[in-house]
Design a protein around this ligand. Structure first.
Ligand code: ZN
Length: 169
């Protein structure tokens, strides 16, 4: 939603296909709903974006993952990297914090992609029935900040992997 490079989205989409063994369609040109913007905070309310995503679905069983470049919040937190609504089957990931923190002279593009992939897998995982994992190295580990995202891996732990296998049949 908004200005996100297509090649970035395309790369992410094709990797998510292999993660979950699902089909992915990319919807281009969606706008971030202006009513999600909170003037006082200078941030977008992620839950409002989720309800907009839900309206964009053509089938109720579809899952939507929104990518935005703007900073997101929920009222109880200073910011969120992303939010998932398991009931509405929608999730949103913001690149805002992922872009700006802890680069330490590493390859920015690669790191931003890895971070976005991890958070996209985690949030999409919630839509597919996965719960937060207690293993801090597992991609399903609940991460609130960029440091925690960097510390966890891109893969499911053995426990979660078993669930993926069950789910794949
Ligand atoms: Zn796990």
């Amino acid at each position: 939603m908004g200005d996100i490079e297509y090649s970035f989205v395309n790369k992410l989409a094709s990797q998510l296909v292999s993660f979950f063994n699902i089909g992915v369609d990319i919807l281009q040109g969606a706008k971030i709903p202006p009513e999600a913007f909170n003037q006082q905070r200078g941030q977008y309310y992620s839950t409002v974006i989720l309800s907009k995503l839900e309206l964009m679905k053509s089938l109720s069983e579809e899952k939507m993952l929104g990518l935005v470049d703007e900073d997101l919040y929920v009222p109880t937190k200073n910011y969120v990297i992303g939010e998932a609504d398991a009931a509405g089957k929608c999730a949103v990931v913001s690149l805002f914090r992922l872009k700006r923190e802890n680069y330490e002279m590493l390859d920015e593009e690669k790191i931003l992609y890895a971070r976005t992939l991890k958070e996209s897998v985690r949030l999409l995982g919630h839509l597919l029935g996965f719960e937060n994992c207690r293993n801090a190295k597992c991609v399903m580990y609940l991460t609130d900040n960029v440091t925690e995202v960097d510390q966890k891996g891109t893969k499911f732990c053995d426990n979660c992997l078993r669930k993926v296998k069950v789910w794949h049949g």
